[in-house]
Design a protein around this ligand. Structure first.
Ligand code: 2HA
Ligand code: ZN
Length: 270
């Protein structure tokens, strides 16, 4: 058995969490990460027949029975993950009953998985249904996207178009656009279901006055999605109250998409 602290998937998750913290997206215990792993990836590092603890999930996640996830812990600080990974992270498996979490490693101080596990697992289900390569769901509280939800129309088409117009790269990085949920109570199965519903059509889901979710095939992709949207939101906030002389016209956005052969969210361009 190898030391799980040397596992490439764990090292990469720790680096991503640290990077997110350094970006100021994960103050205190803000934010959470889940990484879907195959049994072949984990069995060199943990005995998959040895369950340390079981915890009721409090919800069910369709199609994920028996699947493994490396996840951040509830109440844990991203700031500390790099120093104390075994306390702040856990390797879990969703039991065959679909509603019990089996802890295989981590949460070593008796802790448990993130309070946003419903939104994470339901989002994994929703993304896997449209993209079998999806492995990562990230949640965080980036300043500019958060600020934008106070002053910008929350209509998904309008919100997406504003971000696309802020820099040419945006439509390349998220041609599927950004979906938006109105303010809701977090940490519940309800917001989990609502997030998963939004994940069917986009890999970015903004939670108004709270933060954002990003999904992708790997940690870099999910991180890069949020990073690009957050940069666009920052540009928007810099210019929102200045008189605009020009922006990227729809014909330009379409040109970018055609040039790269991208499928742009239907109905989002004029
Ligand atoms: O506690 O970000 O949404 C971590 C959170 C809750
Ligand atoms: Zn949050």
């Amino acid at each position: 058995m190898h030391d799980i602290l040397t596992a490439p998937f764990l090292v990469e998750l720790v680096r991503t969490a640290t990077n997110m913290y350094q970006h100021g997206w994960d103050e205190r215990n803000g934010g959470n990460i889940s990484l879907l792993l195959e049994e072949e990836q984990v069995r060199d590092y943990v005995d998959v027949t040895h369950v340390l603890r079981t915890i009721p999930a409090g919800f069910t996640a369709p199609d994920l029975a028996g699947r493994y996830f490396l996840v951040t812990g509830t109440g844990k600080y991203f700031k500390n993950i790099q120093y104390y990974p075994a306390e702040n992270l856990g390797l879990i498996r969703l039991a065959q009953d679909d509603s019990t979490v089996e802890v295989l490693w981590g949460f070593s101080d008796g802790g448990r998985f993130t309070s946003e596990l419903p939104a994470h697992l339901m989002s994994h289900s929703a993304r896997l249904a449209v993209d079998p390569a999806n492995r990562v769901v990230l949640h965080c509280h980036p300043n500019n996207l958060l600020a934008m939800t106070f002053v910008h129309d929350l209509d998904e088409r309008a919100f997406t178009r504003t971000l696309w117009q802020m820099c040419t790269e945006c439509i390349m990085v998220f041609p599927d656009g950004v979906n938006v949920l109105p303010w809701m109570l977090c940490g519940t199965a309800e917001i989990g279901q609502a997030t998963a519903e939004k994940m069917k059509t986009a890999r970015l889901v903004v939670w108004a006055q709270h933060g954002i979710y990003g999904a992708g095939a790997n940690l870099d992709e999910a991180f890069g999605l949020i990073e690009t949207a957050e940069k666009a939101a920052e540009v928007y906030l810099k210019i929102a109250r200045l008189p605009w002389k020009q922006t990227i016209p729809d014909v330009g956005l379409r040109q970018v998409a055609n040039h790269l052969g991208l499928t742009v969210r239907k109905g989002f361009l004029d």
